[in-house]
Design a protein around this ligand. Structure first.
Ligand SMILES: [Zn+2]
Ligand SMILES: [Zn+2]
Length: 298
């Protein structure tokens, strides 16, 4: 745990913050608050010391330690609430409901424990912790109810899974939205935070706007990549997934990574179709329409 500003600590996660772990933010005003509970071991020292837990979104790597803080209140954006209150809601928001449930049994991944949500937060809410103030910034795209939190006293923004990772933005759930994600990155940039803490990368103090711009640009780069691949030859979604244009590799459990790759590709394809840059062929494949728009890109 590092006190990054007076009364504000980053709880660094196990595994250097890589999935299935995520950094948390702990704030000590007159009330003691924790944002996300997926940091692993580092949270043990806070057991019994947290009054309020705020969840950035419903993903398991951000809520895995909820049980540790059973005496605290729990808040999440209403759109993500079903993802923590029931396993059905989790499967529906992720889209993993489309997998045969027996598959999950073989993966031993049914570790879902429901959270009792006691309050919700929305865009613009100001949460007075007594000496520290959190402002909720609704940043959908990764998930529908994904939120960032601004610590107003320090212009410190916790951006959760707008995470400045080298992988780039992730929108692999059924409920993820590529265009919303782009707008959310722009919104975060417009806030001009002086210190940015996110869930899977180290805190950023310098070049924040440039880092966010680069991070957001990955979405447009993938968009052009999908277009270029389809310019070479028409392909079905499955053939596109085989090329792993977004992930590069599909580690085990490979079917899950194929699923996420496919979901992200589908969002690009939907936008390319809507823009008239891609068309469906007779055989369920996608083909690029020749355009000047992307021809200048290498
Ligand atoms: Zn997430
Ligand atoms: Zn995460």
């Amino acid at each position: 745990m590092e006190e990054i500003r007076p009364g504000v600590w980053v709880v660094y996660a196990e595994n250097k913050g890589r999935f299935p772990f995520a950094h948390s933010l702990y704030l000590e005003g007159r009330q003691r608050a924790l944002i996300d509970t997926g940091a692993g071991k580092g949270l043990q020292q806070l057991v019994g010391k947290v009054d309020r837990v705020f969840l950035s979104h419903f993903h398991r790597d951000h809520v895995a330690g909820n049980d540790l803080f059973s005496g605290a209140s729990f808040s999440i954006h209403p759109l993500d609430e079903p993802g923590v209150t029931s396993v059905e809601g989790f499967y529906r928001l992720t889209g993993l409901i489309r997998f045969d449930q027996s598959y999950w049994a073989t993966l031993n991944q049914e570790r879902f424990t429901a959270t009792t949500v006691t309050e919700t937060h929305r865009e613009g809410d100001r949460i007075d912790l007594g000496g520290l103030t959190l402002r909720v910034v609704h940043t959908p795209g990764h998930t529908p109810g994904h939120c960032a939190f601004l610590v107003e006293e320090y212009n410190l923004l916790f951006t959760a899974d707008i995470d400045l990772s080298s992988f780039g933005p992730w929108y692999g759930n059924d409920s993820s939205d590529l265009e919303q994600f782009q707008r959310s990155v722009d919104q975060v940039r417009s806030l001009k935070p002086g210190l940015l803490v996110s869930s899977h990368s180290p805190p950023v103090t310098a070049d924040i706007d440039r880092r966010l711009e680069q991070y957001g640009a990955a979405m447009e780069q993938r968009h052009e990549l999908v277009y270029r691949l389809l310019s070479r030859e028409a392909m079905t979604l499955e053939q596109l997934i085989d090329l792993k244009p977004i992930y590069g590799r599909h580690p085990e459990p490979a079917p899950v990574y194929r699923f996420f790759e496919g979901n992200m590709l589908k969002k690009h394809l939907a936008l390319l179709l809507a823009a008239g840059l891609v068309r469906r062929t007779g055989k369920g494949a996608y083909a690029a329409r020749p355009q000047d728009h992307y021809s200048g890109n290498s």
